[in-house]
Write a protein that binds this ligand. Structure first.
Ligand code: SF4
Length: 363
């Protein structure tokens, strides 16, 4: 199949990999398709991914075609695994979920279930390490990737100048055994993104999440002990049905306790077909907005604390073409026009805090 990359304005075919994790994400996917159509009315538009898989979904713009295919899985030859022009590469190791989260529609859309063997992942990682400075291992649910400890060992044995991280780790994955293995690997970026969703056991139970706060606190305390300097970020859902003010307060307190570098706040959005869809909405849209706003406020203050800690210290940042990138601990840094090495790595003598952003001074 002859093809080459093109700008949106001159492409013959535009493939949009859509999202449906929340109703907001669904709307964003549709908005992006309309923007693309305006920029290039003559192009064929193919929408793939989760939104395209919703039963009865209509094309996002007139003439667009929906495809139930996941491009990355079905057409590895298309070149998306090369991430041209990017310093960071994303490597999918597993897809699909058999979890019982009551708010989740993704588990029904991300099919079929697949799991790549560590051998295959390592072979791809080895290829990616030649042209990318950072590799991010991704999965729908790492708890279902049983060979993770072996994969982690294998990542350590790969040659090349690259660093790597795990995209999102359910709390159950954070075992002492895994952390001790990660501790031996200087290439591993010591940051865990945890899809926590709430810090109230009562709400976690309503959500069908398979862990409780005592597990989380223990896992995070082990991580901090074993992996010096480790940082965390969180996903939190604001205003789940049944979330009482006391539950919400526990979540705010937990955020203040662990001082995450980032909190992704999702306002609860009822998804048809899920168990939570028929739960009594005890929170209401206005209060949901209010709680989301408070979560953002508190997490911004916590991020600021992390920025203050980083100030004046050296950092290794992997930059993208716009001169922006992330430290190992997942703090964003703006290094201006400095482009770093060919792969985008820059070792900064120190980072400075200017206004609300970290800026880089190059060595
Ligand atoms: S773990 Fe829960 S939220 Fe995540 S994909 Fe599985 S069912 Fe959905």
């Amino acid at each position: 199949m002859g093809h080459s990359r093109a700008e949106i304005s001159s492409a013959d075919l535009i493939i949009i990999n859509s999202c449906a994790v929340t109703s907001g994400a669904e709307k964003e996917s549709g908005k992006f398709s309309r923007k693309v159509k305006r920029l290039n009315p003559m192009a064929e538009i193919l929408e793939t991914g989760c939104r395209a898989r919703i039963p009865g979904a209509s094309p996002p713009v007139e003439g667009a075609v929906l495809s139930g295919s996941f491009i990355y899985l079905d057409h590895p030859g298309l070149g998306v695994e090369r991430f041209s022009g990017r310093s960071r590469a994303f490597l999918k190791v597993q897809q699909g979920c058999s979890g019982g989260c009551t708010y989740c529609s993704v588990k029904d859309l991300k099919k079929p279930f697949f799991l790549r063997s560590p051998e295959r992942v390592l072979a791809e990682a080895s290829d990616l390490a030649r042209s990318h400075a950072e590799i991010v291992l991704c999965a729908t649910n790492f708890a279902l990737y049983a060979p993770l400890p072996g994969l982690v060992k294998g990542m350590r044995s790969l040659e090349g100048d690259f660093r790597w991280r795990i995209s999102s780790v359910p709390p159950g994955v954070l075992t002492k055994e895994l952390m001790l293995e990660l501790e031996k690997d200087p290439g591993f970026c010591r940051h865990f993104h945890i899809p926590l969703q709430s810090a109230s056991d009562r709400v976690l139970e309503l959500m069908g999440r398979p862990y409780r706060m005592s597990h989380i606190r223990k896992a995070l305390s082990d991580a901090s002990e074993i992996l010096e300097g480790v940082t965390f970020s969180l996903d939190i859902i604001a205003g789940f049905p049944g979330e009482e003010p006391e539950d919400f307060r526990k979540t705010l307190d937990f955020i203040r306790d662990i001082v995450p570098v980032k909190v992704h706040v999702f306002r609860y959005s009822p998804r048809p077909g899920t168990a939570a869809f028929s739960m009594k909405d005890t929170v209401g849209e206005e209060e949901r907005k209010n709680r989301a706003r408070l979560l953002i406020e508190v997490s911004s203050r916590m991020r600021r604390i992390r920025f203050e800690e980083a100030k004046g210290r050296p950092a290794e940042v992997v930059l993208e073409a716009d001169g922006r990138g992330y430290t190992r601990g997942y703090l964003p840094v703006n290094a201006g026009s400095y482009k770093g090495t060919e792969k985008g790595v820059v070792r900064l003598e120190k980072v400075e805090l200017r206004g609300s952003e970290l800026r880089g001074t190059c060595i």
